[in-house]
Design a protein around this ligand. Structure first.
Ligand code: SF4
Ligand code: SF4
Length: 186
C-alpha cells in the first residue's frame, strides 16, 4: 500500500492549571479549600509565646501564662514537640476532625474568614504558603495522588517526632521546645 504523504499534526494539548494556581484562597470552594490541607499535623503542636523577660512578674506567676490567640511585637512563637491528644501520630490525621473545635477549644480551624490568624501556622503550611505567594510544595499530597508518603519522606510532617499532650505536664512544655517544625521545603 502506498503510504500517504500527509503528516498528521499532533493536537496542541491545553495545559489546565490546577485550581490553586487559578484561584485565590478567597475564591476557592469549600471542597478545594479542604483539599489544600497537607495533613502534616504541625498546626496541632503546642506553641509557647516567648515574652520579654520581666523577672518580677515571673516570680509572681511562676512563669505559667494563660492561652492566647495573639502575639505582640517583640514576642516570639516557639514550637514544642507536644501534640494534641486527638492527633493520630502515624497518619498525622485528626481522629475527631468533625468535632475538633468542640472537643479542643484551642483548636484553630483555618477558614477564608480568619486568614489573618495564619501567622500561627508553620511556614510549610500550604495555606500559609499560598497566602504568601510561595506556591504549592513539591511534596504535597495533591501532587502525589493524595498520598502523604512524599511529605513524610521530606520530613514535613510530625510523624515519629511527637509526644501527646495527655502524657506531658503543662509545666514541662518548655523542656519540649523544638525547631524542626520551622523547616520548609519547596
Ligand atoms: S499546618 Fe496547615 S497544611 Fe498542615 S495540617 Fe495544619 S492546616 Fe493543614
Ligand atoms: S483537635 Fe484535631 S485538628 Fe485540632 S489540634 Fe487536636 S488533633 Fe489537631
Amino acid at each position: 500500500m502506498k503510504k500517504s504523504s500527509k503528516k498528521s499534526k499532533p493536537l496542541k494539548s491545553k495545559t489546565i492549571e490546577p485550581f490553586w494556581e487559578q484561584k485565590t484562597l478567597g475564591e476557592m470552594t469549600e471542597q478545594e479549600w479542604e483539599s489544600l490541607c497537607d495533613g502534616c499535623g504541625k498546626c496541632c503542636l503546642h506553641k509557647i509565646i516567648e515574652e520579654e523577660h520581666d523577672e518580677e512578674a515571673d516570680l509572681e506567676d511562676e512563669g505559667i501564662q494563660q492561652p492566647t490567640d495573639f502575639i505582640r511585637e517583640g514576642e516570639e512563637m516557639l514550637y514544642t514537640n507536644v501534640v494534641c491528644y486527638l492527633l493520630n501520630d502515624k497518619t498525622c490525621n485528626c481522629t475527631k476532625y468533625a468535632e475538633r473545635t468542640k472537643l479542643v477549644p484551642d483548636c484553630v480551624k483555618l477558614t477564608q474568614q480568619n486568614l489573618g490568624d495564619i501567622f500561627f501556622m508553620p511556614d510549610s503550611c500550604t495555606y500559609r504558603r499560598l497566602h504568601e505567594g510561595r506556591g504549592m510544595p513539591s511534596w504535597h499530597p495533591l501532587l502525589h495522588k493524595g498520598k502523604k508518603a512524599e511529605m513524610h519522606k521530606a520530613g514535613m510532617s510530625v510523624r515519629g517526632k511527637v509526644i501527646k499532650d495527655s502524657e506531658v505536664d503543662l509545666y514541662d512544655y518548655e523542656d519540649h521546645i523544638v525547631t524542626w517544625p520551622l523547616a520548609d521545603l519547596d
